[in-house]
Design a protein around this ligand. Structure first.
Ligand code: GLC
Length: 736
């Protein structure tokens, strides 16, 4: 069974055509079905389905022996011997769990994201998985939405860069490499804009905003030939994505010429009827097939109705052939016809020291330092004689893994408590108390032990936040405060007068303004994965300086949502000069006497923490911003230099960010847009000159006529440590 064949040199198109010509109508339709794993005791009925050529793919099987048996039946007991796609959600790790994608976005590092995907692919491929349903590149501006955890955040430029990195990590530049797996850009499209941040809810985005924001990461993925995409659950402007011909045929296949596989989301074709878009399963199959949704995940509308739809002439054979070609093409590219089996020498190549190191490095760089009063951090193990470690997430190897963990195992985790105990000197007393049973516990029954631990310690390290189940698919929240009685626990510990270092594990931004004054330092660790404890400990004790930068805006209150940095100016922008807070409004104030600007009366218009924000253990200063060529044509490249000064006593990694504003255009443009970023190592007490080269084409946008253009005119440019930077220079683009 472990036969390997020499790589086939016949052109792909010829191989597809030759095989397609041999296939019956039923065998073609059989390739369109993806079925849930039936476990390692394959029922005869499923074996028969395989033998009949009625299965194109299986998902959620990770036992190598079972996968080899599935492939053996498909290859050796069917008429044409077409191997199977084996899919799995490898979202941020397989056995070695990396930080959640939102945390990985906080690294702003294409290298680290690619490396994490590479490790994930090696582990998954070693079990026989050849397809992952990742990266999720939905733009998400609403932290009520649980799936923000799986995203790269609110900005399409950053999401595009990191999505490409993840795809490269999974696919390498040779899909037939035995450690490569097919990536899947999802969820096409607009899923992150679900109304009220409620999962699966309706999405309404005008075409201009769709093209200028939500489609951008998918176009980037298409341009680097992502092997597959997944259709979203949501309806888009009234038409569900899985039956949306304009989106799937006109835009994706005709305008973008995408040739990869489009797989439906789980049961999303059958759900077209639930949406009220189709009358029954047959109509759903018709809508999806004519939208070129190539593969149906789990539901069986194609299996049940496509043959009659074709014989009745509702679906053309040419359309079916196009769908089958996409699937066969992927199977050929993966080398499955030459090597359908997993060799027992390679599987499973799972969690090892090298993989752990990669996960730890990613976690170290994903944590964001939000507050550090009086330089409370880094801690000194030399000076500490006692430390309290408090919180329901301090020693929970499962919760720190985060959402979408199918194959991760908590026994591989290093928790904060374990890592701190290992790190401090034997002479240092470590007092541990959960304080709360879980992150949702709503009573103070266990406070006493926590208070006692803090009272007898030099410092209280509190590890709080969200259990992993509170984010991810279908896990949306209307209240983003720390759940349960966690705030009360902080208040109780504050009353001991022991300084508090707060580590937050969460799958989204939380509205933590109420606790800022109760704690000295805040390190946002998201859900940091297998190696989270060691990563956090090394940051807390200054072995490394925090380098993370926020990929999403932190709101002060849920009422501000959606709030994001690249917003439009409106005709009545608010500023500190015209903002009128509610407590300053005179009684019986005349209707037009207030600020009359775009703001809420009861909340300052700024976010709690802005996009791109993140402190380090040093003081960083930007100066001498110079635009070398302030007058440019549309074919030019903007050249910018800036000096970045590390004024502190810690070596730091800084993410220098470059933002641009197009001051007037055929459609309104954001007040700032990220157009470049650079991660640089800044030695202690140093000044580093950083150069940015940005093609003027990067400033293009879709105008009212849906033409992608760069308009001549004046631009503002900023470079700085986050999106609030005011270090500005101007340039102009002139007509050619
Ligand atoms: C889901 C998710 C999708 C996932 C698929 C398979 O419901 O929306 O992201 O890849 O099912 O698990």
């Amino acid at each position: 069974m472990n036969k390997t064949c020499k790589a086939n040199k016949t052109p792909l198109i010829n191989r597809i055509d030759t095989l397609l010509a041999k296939m019956s109508l039923q065998e073609k339709i059989g390739q369109l079905g993806q079925f849930q794993s039936v476990g390692n005791q394959l029922p005869e009925s499923f074996k028969q389905q395989l033998r009949s050529g009625h299965v194109g793919a299986v998902l959620n099987e990770v036992d190598a022996t079972t996968i080899n048996e599935l492939q053996r039946i498909a290859v050796e007991e069917t008429r044409l011997g077409i191997p199977l796609l084996i899919g799995r959600d490898v979202i941020h790790g397989f056995k070695t769990i990396f930080p959640i994608p939102l945390a990985q976005a906080a690294t702003w590092s294409e290298k680290l994201v690619e490396q994490g995907a590479r490790v994930s692919a090696i582990e998954a491929a070693s079990c026989g998985v050849n397809w992952t349903f990742s990266p999720m590149i939905d733009i998400s501006r609403d932290p009520r939405w649980g799936r923000m955890a799986e995203s790269f955040g609110e900005d399409h430029f950053l999401t595009s860069k990191l999505g490409i990195a993840m795809i490269k990590g999974y696919q390498t530049n040779n899909l037939s490499d035995k450690t490569a797996i097919a990536a899947c850009a999802k969820h096409f499209v607009g899923y992150g804009a679900a109304e009220s941040g409620r999962d699966y809810n309706s999405v309404n985005i005008c075409e201009n905003e769709l093209r200028n924001v939500y489609l951008e990461p998918f176009k980037a993925a298409c341009d680097i030939e992502v092997a597959s995409m997944m259709s979203a659950f949501n309806d888009l402007n009234g038409v569900p994505a899985s039956g949306n011909e304009w989106l799937m045929q006109h835009l994706l296949r005709e305008e973008w010429q995408y040739q990869g596989v489009m797989v439906s989301d789980w049961d999303s074709i059958r759900q077209l009827q639930v949406h009220g878009f189709t009358e029954n399963d047959k109509a759903s199959a018709l809508a999806a097939a004519n939208s070129c949704i190539d593969m149906e995940m789990v539901s069986t509308t194609y299996f049940d109705h496509l043959e009659s739809l074709i014989t009745e002439g509702h679906v053309k054979v040419e359309q079916l052939n196009k769908m089958v070609r996409h699937i066969l093409g992927l199977k050929f590219k993966l080398g499955l016809f030459e090597n359908p089996y997993i060799s027992s020498e390679t599987f499973p190549a799972l969690i090892n020291e090298q993989h752990r190191e990669a996960a730890k490095e990613c976690s170290i760089n994903s944590c964001v330092l939000l507050q550090n009063k009086n330089n409370c951090l880094p801690l000194s193990r030399e000076k500490l004689s006692s430390i309290a470690v408090i919180g329901p997430l301090a020693d929970d190897g499962y919760e720190q893994l985060g959402t979408w963990i199918f194959d991760g195992e908590e026994q591989h985790s290093i928790t904060c408590l374990q890592a701190i105990k290992s790190y401090v000197y034997d002479s240092t007393q470590v007092h541990f108390a959960k304080g709360l049973e879980t992150s949702r516990t709503n009573n103070n029954n266990d406070f006493e032990k926590a208070i006692s631990a803090a009272t007898k310690s030099n410092i209280a390290v509190m590890i709080l936040g969200e259990e992993s189940i509170l984010s991810g698919e279908a896990h949306c929240r209307t209240n983003l405060n720390l759940p349960g009685a966690q705030h009360e626990l902080i208040t109780a510990i504050k009353q001991t007068n022991t300084p508090i270092v707060l580590v937050i594990m969460a799958g989204r931004p939380l509205t933590i303004e109420p606790i800022l004054n109760d704690v000295d330092a805040i390190l946002y660790a998201w859900h940091p994965g297998t190696m989270g404890g060691e990563a956090i400990t090394e940051l807390l004790f200054g072995e490394r300086s925090p380098a993370g930068k926020l990929p999403v805006t932190f709101p002060r209150t849920v009422g501000q949502i959606p709030i994001y940095y690249n917003q439009k100016n409106t005709g009545k922008p608010v500023s500190d000069h015209n903002f009128m807070p509610i407590d300053k409004i005179p009684v019986r104030a005349a209707q037009t006497s207030l600020g009359m600007n775009s703001a809420h009366l009861d909340c300052h218009f700024s976010p709690l923490f802005p996009f791109g924000f993140g402190l380090s253990y040093s003081v960083i200063e930007y100066k001498n911003l110079i635009v070398k060529n302030p007058i440019l044509t549309q074919q030019d490249t903007l050249q910018v230099t800036v000096d970045i000064v590390n004024k502190g006593q810690h070596k730091v990694t800084e993410v220098a960010q470059l933002y641009v504003r197009d001051l007037h255009a055929n459609v309104t443009r954001p007040i700032k847009e990220l157009k470049s970023f650079k991660r640089i190592e800044l030695p202690i007490d140093s000044t580093t000159e950083v150069t940015f080269n940005v093609s003027v084409k990067e400033f293009s946008f879709y105008n009212q006529r849906m033409q992608k253009v760069v308009e001549p005119g004046l631009f503002h440019l900023w470079v700085g440590t986050d999106s609030t930077t005011d270090l500005r220079a101007d340039f102009s683009v002139i007509a050619n």
